[in-house]
Design a protein around this ligand. Structure first.
Ligand code: NAD
Length: 469
């Protein structure tokens, strides 16, 4: 069985120790992931610190061209990486699965490559001229989750190196292999030390984010870990981009044509088996539309094939890990014992962390499946009477990543949309992120944004040059 390796200072590092990774669809071993120790964290940060000095001196055009080379490498290796991702993470090759994630990796590399942050004149009069320059921060610690491991790592790595920083990335301990392979491949376009990895659990993440030579932390993961990251930043004063969990509400406005929106509602909730930060996690429908929503979603759910994602006809795979599998099962069983209307769809293979697609009706605010982020294929559908009540429900939790409104009259929704407390409010779509459009949470879903020009700014610091005329 293969042992995958960290990339440190341009070399594949000999692991101090290693642990086995298993396919969540069938329990088969996929090989071994390295486990970093504190010395390896030091070596990786040191390599990144040395490399940053020369990397930052490269011209903007050189860094753009190298970033475009990375996009080409990702494209050329997308078949290999997509298969590895399916085996490791569980998401199917087909549909909005691993191949889709690889396309996203390419797009989220090409777009930052094409963007520029030239100096801006912020003030000028007869006596003075002030220009604001964007300069790199230094070494970026990137800490990633297991749900979209490659795409989220790319979101963190690419803007950082594009702007002249260097990176030490720690993938999730659940899904390190595909990320290590991706980093090994794209490192061929980069000078040694610009992109490094360390692996292991939260202890290694903690060592990395506390490190005195870290100048920026990019974190995507749970709220609980986000709070640890904020404390870590007290030791190095690194600014943080904090992308945390969500419990996104979707509100179907009264009288909407349910048949027309049903497919997008379904995938808005069940993308990646619901293991997506900005997925519909609570669906609010007016009582007169409730039966129609239940029956349209049931019709779609009953057509889905659940199974090993290497099978091209499968669109719904297993959950990624046992912890998540147990968590979702518990939330559904809590709803069942409260006499909710639990409807399950799909034939579930016996082996692997598979769960049926689950719609849960007759459920209310305050029940665990509504109030806790399920991060899995179980959608609570809550009836409302007055639209104001639905808005109050949507805003009552501390989470504020995304939200959506569903309507036949999208052009009339701007005022309504601004009432939803979320970083992004989608209309007639959910989770529809784009590399040019800033994305980030409100409230306990984090702070700072990724993507587009604002995402690039977030991995720089400003330097004002003020000249007396
Ligand atoms: P997690 O917080 O358990 O782990 C995320 C990463 O943090 C892992 O690499 C982990 O090893 C590391 N980590 C754990 N403890 C740490 C510590 N003390 N210091 C430093 N690093 C530490 O999250 P997860 O279970 O991997 O991901 C699921 C969560 O992520 C969900 O809540 C989901 O909504 C959220 N998420 C948010 C976004 C977004 O863009 N807002 C995107 C994807 C996922």
């Amino acid at each position: 069985m293969q042992t995958y390796r960290n990339t440190v200072d341009g070399n594949l590092a000999e692991p101090a120790s290693r642990y086995e990774i298993f396919n969540p669809a069938n329990g088969q071993s996929l090989g071994y992931a390295p486990e970093s120790d504190e010395q390896e964290v030091d070596r990786a940060v040191h390599a990144a610190l040395l490399a940053q000095k020369t990397w930052a001196k490269r011209s903007d055009g050189e860094r753009r061209d190298i970033t475009l080379k990375i996009a080409q490498i990702l494209e050329d290796n997308s078949g290999y990486l997509a298969e590895l991702l399916t085996r490791e993470q569980g998401k199917p090759l087909s549909g909005p699965g691993s191949r889709f994630e690889m396309q996203a990796c390419v797009g989220w590399t090409q777009i930052p490559a094409s963007l520029e942050l030239p100096p801006e004149t912020v003030y000028e009069d007869d006596e003075r001229k002030d220009t604001l320059h964007r300069v790199p921060l230094g070494v970026v610690a990137a800490v990633a989750p297991w749900n979209w491991p490659l795409m989220i790592a790319i979101w963190q790595i690419i803007p950082a190196i594009r702007m002249g920083n260097t990176v030490v990335l720690k993938p999730s301990e659940y899904t390190p292999i595909a990320t290590l392979e991706m980093v090994r491949l794209i490192s061929e376009a980069l000078p040694p030390g610009v992109l490094n990895t360390v692996t292991g659990d939260g202890n290694i993440g903690s060592k990395l984010t506390h490190h005195p030579d870290i100048s920026k932390i990019m974190f995507t993961g749970s709220e609980a870990t986000g709070r640890h990251i904020v404390k870590a930043s007290a030791s190095n004063l690194a600014p943080i981009t904090l992308e945390l969990g969500g419990n996104d509400a979707a509100i179907v406005l009264p009288g909407t044509d349910i048949k027309r929106i049903a497919n997008d509602l379904f995938w808005g909730a069940f993308l990646n088996m619901g293991q997506t930060c900005a997925c519909i996690k609570r669906l609010y429908v007016q009582e007169d539309d409730y039966e129609a929503v239940m029956s349209e979603l049931s019709a779609i759910a009953s057509q889905m094939k659940i199974g090993d994602g290497m099978d091209e006809s499968v669109l719904i795979g297993p959950l990624q890990n046992k912890m998540q599998f147990e968590k979702v099962r518990n939330l559904v069983s809590d709803a069942r014992s409260a006499d909710c209307d639990v409807r399950e769809f799909g034939e579930v293979p016996e082996q692997g962390y598979f769960l049926p697609i689950t719609l849960v009706g007759n459920i209310m605010d305050g029940q665990r499946l509504v109030d806790e982020e399920q991060f899995g294929p179980a959608l609570p559908i809550i009836r409302y009477r007055e639209l104001d009540d639905a808005f109050e429900s949507a805003n009552r939790l501390d989470a504020g990543l995304g939200a959506s409104l569903w309507t036949d009259r999208p052009e009339e929704t701007i005022e309504l949309a601004t009432r939803l407390e979320a970083g992004t409010v989608w209309v007639n779509q959910h989770g529809a992120i784009h590399p040019m459009v800033p994305f980030g949470g409100n409230k306990a879903s984090g702070y700072g944004v990724e993507f587009g020009i604002d995402g690039l700014k977030a991995v720089t610091q400003s330097r004002v040059i003020s000249i007396k005329k």
